[in-house]
Design a protein around this ligand. Structure first.
Ligand SMILES: [Zn+2]
Length: 97
């Protein structure tokens, strides 16, 4: 049995769709909320990535010794983390056989 919904935007009937096939408006309120949350999460992720990239680039090109030192410390910590994770993955693979 199919579910029919009336679009609140254009007042036409639709069958089993989350979106109105006539005007594109949301018919399912849960889908609309999820879509808006997904867009917000993507926007926040892009914003945070941009901030981190800008901070790292600013540290790398810093005129002060402390700024450049902070860049190399962060970079070294990243390499240590990658080596540590590689070791853990290799250990898990070794144990699993
Ligand atoms: Zn519509």
């Amino acid at each position: 049995m199919s579910l029919s919904r009336k679009c609140s935007n254009c007042r036409r009937w639709n069958t089993d769709h989350d979106y109105c096939v006539h005007c594109g408006a949301f018919l399912n309120h849960d889908s609309e909320i999820r879509e808006k949350e997904l867009v917000q999460i993507k926007r926040n992720l892009e914003l945070n990535t941009d901030r981190m990239d800008k901070l790292i680039e600013r540290l790398r090109q810093s005129d002060t010794f402390v700024g450049r030192l902070a860049y190399y410390v962060v970079r070294s910590m990243w390499y240590v983390a990658v080596i540590f994770l590689t070791f853990i993955y290799a250990l898990i693979a070794l144990i699993a056989g």
